[in-house]
Design a protein around this ligand. Structure first.
Ligand SMILES: [Zn+2]
Ligand SMILES: [Zn+2]
Length: 318
């Protein structure tokens, strides 16, 4: 599903039709057109959005089960994005709220404070964690998954819960949970769902824990779970700003059909998506990269910290 057309997005489903829809990576001309006309922008932004920097990799051809092998997506240029009139932060609506739902046990959940910090740095905005809400049966419809038997929460009930509690200073509020989710009875599960116009979303980290699949939690478990959780938080919150899936570069906003594909997706935005977010929020690109490098180093994301460090060097040399 596509947030631009139906207003609601669901990030992934288990049973997808395996149709062959050949996706061809875009040409340099298509990528330049997606970034749009840069004339008139300050030089630093022109450099930041240039498509030919070595840090920006062309999008890979999808493997048979990957998102773009089974979902035909036209892409969203910077001009398309602006024409949509997406929600933007204002002097009043300027806070990203995280609403923990259910238990976040310290030994198998990502740190809420680290998630908050990452969101604040990624979006260069204030981010706050709300008091935890219990998975109360009178408030949320739940079921046991018909195949695996694990507890699941109905996403629409969570979105309704958030809508009536939306704070006047909220740019958006996103529920995060270690419980599994489902969007309607016929679906097996969903990683997350958001209502873009209504500023509410819910994302589950349950399936980012190897133990969910009966696998051992390795020695790097905490870093792995935190990295996956930060990635999905930034991707899904990116949708709340009106960014749809990216088809131009390897990018955080690429769609993902399964865990291995999510893991391949980088933690940074390509020039098309970066331009959208920068237009929306108005941050200093290099300052944001510096803060991201620092938080990635602190959190043990060495490769990602290296990418941001290289990116700062490239921009400084121009
Ligand atoms: Zn998505
Ligand atoms: Zn992108």
């Amino acid at each position: 599903m596509n947030g631009a057309t139906v207003g609601k997005i669901s990030t992934a489903i288990l049973f997808v039709p395996l149709l062959s829809m050949a996706f061809e990576p875009p040409t340099p001309g298509v990528k330049r057109a997606a970034i749009g006309d840069l004339t008139g922008l300050p030089a630093t932004l022109q450099h930041a959005f240039a498509p030919d920097s070595p840090e920006f990799e062309s999008i890979s051809k999808p493997e048979p089960h990957d998102w773009l092998a089974v979902h035909k997506e036209p892409g969203q240029t910077f001009d398309d994005f602006k024409a949509l009139g997406p929600n933007r932060p204002t002097a009043t609506r300027r806070v990203i709220y995280l609403q923990p739902l259910g238990n976040f046990a310290a030994d198998y959940s990502p740190s809420l404070e680290k998630l908050r910090e990452f969101a604040a740095v990624f979006f260069a905005m204030e981010a706050k964690v709300l008091p935890r809400a219990a998975v109360d049966a009178s408030q949320f419809t739940t079921r046991h998954n018909p195949y695996a038997g694990n507890l699941q929460i109905l996403t629409s009930d969570v979105l309704d819960f958030l809508k009536v509690r939306l704070s006047p200073d909220a740019f958006c509020v996103v529920a995060v949970t270690m419980e599994d989710l489902y969007p309607e009875p016929s679906w097996n599960f969903v990683f997350g769902q958001a209502s873009l116009r209504e500023r509410v979303g819910v994302y589950s980290f349950a399936r980012y824990d190897p133990a969910f699949y009966g696998e051992a939690r390795g020695s790097n478990y905490e870093t792995l779970l935190l990295r996956r959780s930060c990635k999905v938080l930034a991707h899904e919150t990116g949708h709340m700003f009106g960014l749809v899936h990216c088809v131009y570069f390897n990018c955080l906003m690429n769609g993902s059909n399964h865990l291995a594909e999510s893991d391949r997706r980088p933690l940074h935005l390509c020039p098309v998506c970066l331009r959208k977010l920068q237009w929306s929020i108005g941050f200093d690109v290099v300052e944001r990269y510096r803060a991201l490098e620092k938080v990635c180093r602190t959190d043990g994301f060495a490769d990602e910290a290296g990418w941001f460090s290289q990116r700062i060097k490239t921009l400084r040399s121009q």
